[in-house]
Design a protein around this ligand. Structure first.
Ligand SMILES: C[S@@+](CC[C@H](N)C(=O)[O-])C[C@H]1O[C@@H](n2cnc3c(N)ncnc32)[C@H](O)[C@@H]1O
Length: 336
């Protein structure tokens, strides 16, 4: 099995898939497997709600302007976004457990984009979705690219090297041509297909992709150190992806240069920023200083409980801006 087929099986197989199996709970929660920005602080969704309201004003149209959160997880983003955006907002989820959680709160809970047809007016959001889409892996050898595949020998899984498929080596030549011998490159063709499809469905509005990763230049050093494929389980880095298929979240840094090319080829205008810059531009710095001020006032009034609540809220909001943590995520905005 080529690595992308293996990753698809591990994450999305209806019986064993980490996200798709009916046996699993919602993964992106405090008691689940990883913590995402909307789970860390409600200020993430509020800032995005202000962004959506500005996009609506910018589009200057009377038609219904909707937010569609793809891979909406528990619905935290949609709930907090609803505090600053009063229009329609719904979620799409592949995981049955997450869909149930969304449906309970009237946040949609469809399993695919198909429910929306091809004339979306509004903002499509994908927060930490793209890093889970199946990707191929190639290795630079003295004889050129070799593609990784997974094989079963004597009851355990191991990696073998095959001649790369032409579309895989073309992508690697385009986005990782100058990496040294032994580098590993995650080839993110599925991510490009997903972004192209989302932009084709978008009539007027914006697609917002938020994830860890960077441009080709930024990822180059990580490729020469063994690539960025990793797993998560119960809030910790997990074992090698071949160790426990279906039991871990397999992920890698998102290659944003390739996604920007797809957006431009689809006729969209593209902006790429860091999450800390994006959130500051949508008012998070003011929110943090307002909370600090309220904390001081609560301290002066001797209201220790309120002071502690405000402090906890402020620290969570500041976590979104951490320059080597969530603040280092990238935000791609593609407008049509
Ligand atoms: C890392 S979680 C992020 C959840 C949420 N966006 C958040 O920020 O908390 C990724 C989510 O995407 C969902 N997912 C993965 N692939 C999907 C797809 N192709 N379509 C819809 N949902 C998908 C998974 O079930 C999972 O809940």
């Amino acid at each position: 099995m080529r690595f992308d087929a293996y990753m698809e099986w591990c994450l999305y197989d209806p019986d064993i898939g980490f996200f798709a199996s009916t046996a699993t709970d919602v993964r992106s929660t405090k008691t689940g497997d990883f913590l995402t920005s909307p789970e860390v602080s409600s200020e993430f969704g509020r800032a995005l709600g202000r962004f959506v309201a500005a996009e609506h004003a910018r589009a200057d149209i009377d038609a219904e302007f909707a937010v569609i959160d793809v891979g909406a997880g528990s619905g935290s983003l949609l709930r907090s976004l609803g505090e600053t955006w009063t229009g329609q907002a719904v979620g799409i989820e592949l995981s049955p457990a997450a869909r149930e959680s969304l449906a309970v709160d009237g946040l949609g809970g469809m399993s695919s984009f198909d429910a929306f047809g091809s004339t979306i007016t509004g903002v499509v959001i994908a927060n930490e979705l793209i890093d889970n889409l199946p990707m191929a892996v190639v290795e630079r050898t003295p004889d050129g690219w070799m593609e990784h595949a997974v094989t079963s020998q004597g009851g355990s899984l191991s990696t073998i090297r095959l001649e790369p498929r032409p579309e895989v080596s073309d992508w690697a030549d385009r986005y990782a041509a100058d990496v040294p011998i032994d580098s590993l490159v995650e080839v993110q063709l599925e991510a490009g297909v997903w972004v192209r499809d989302a932009l084709e469905r978008l009539d007027t509005g914006a697609l917002v992709v938020i994830d860890y990763g960077g441009t080709s230049e930024e990822l180059s050093g990580r490729r020469s150190r063994g690539g960025t494929i990793r797993t998560y389980r119960s809030h910790h880095l997990g074992p090698d992806p071949l160790t426990a298929p279906g039991e871990t979240d397999i992920t890698a840094d998102v290659e944003f240069s390739a996604l920007m090319d797809v957006c431009r080829e689809a006729g969209a205008q593209v902006e790429l920023t860091r999450q800390d810059e994006f959130l500051r531009s949508w008012g998070l710095a003011e929110v943090v200083s307002g909370l600090r001020q309220e904390e001081l006032e609560a301290a002066r009034a001797g209201d220790t409980m309120r002071q502690l609540q405000l402090k906890s809220h402020r620290l969570d909001a500041e976590t979104l801006l951490h320059p080597r943590g969530l603040g280092d995520f990238r935000v791609l905005v593609a407008r049509k």
